[in-house]
Design a protein. Structure first.
Length: 156
């Protein structure tokens, strides 16, 4: 089972490298729980839609991943996404640790962790450097991310 779950993680990130959100979403259970510092917690279709939105809007995107490991229930990976943040035109190199929980051959929980202050310094520039560590900016980033997701979902 650990080989199967490791292969599932690899399939997920290989799809991400190709910007294939449908293949990524197919790795998730219908009731998946996703979380990260930018979007907070997303459930079910919202998690797949987040990947659909991000892959559709990706500019100058590349992704590497390594340290894939899994057992019968849990797993993890390290991945780095490099992309152009469209709101500022700044290049972001986001270094992320992912944790997974598996059920019935699919990912039922996916939790990404990264330093939001590091991200905000890159994405937002000087404003992110000064204020990126504050709850105000963290909440603003999350509100903007969720607003973008809702707009993407309503535009389909």
């Amino acid at each position: 089972m650990s080989d199967t779950n490791s292969a599932l993680i690899t399939r997920f990130y290989q799809a991400f490298q190709r910007l294939d959100a449908e293949a990524m979403a197919a790795c998730y259970s219908d009731d998946v729980v996703f979380s990260d510092p930018a979007f907070g917690e997303l459930r079910g279709r919202d998690a797949g839609d987040m990947w659909r939105m991000l892959t559709t809007r990706a500019k100058d995107f590349s992704l590497t991943f390594d340290q894939v490991h899994a057992d019968g229930r849990t797993g993890g990976a390290h991945w780095v996404a490099t992309y152009l943040f469209s709101q500022t035109g700044n290049t972001v190199v986001n270094d992320i640790q992912a944790r997974f929980i598996f059920r019935d051959g699919r990912i039922c929980e996916h939790h990404d962790s990264f330093d939001l202050w590091t991200w905000s310094r890159q994405a937002l520039g000087f404003k992110g450097l000064l204020l990126g560590w504050t709850p105000l900016v963290r909440n603003a980033v999350r509100a903007q991310a969720l607003k973008g997701l809702k707009a993407f979902q309503s535009g389909r």
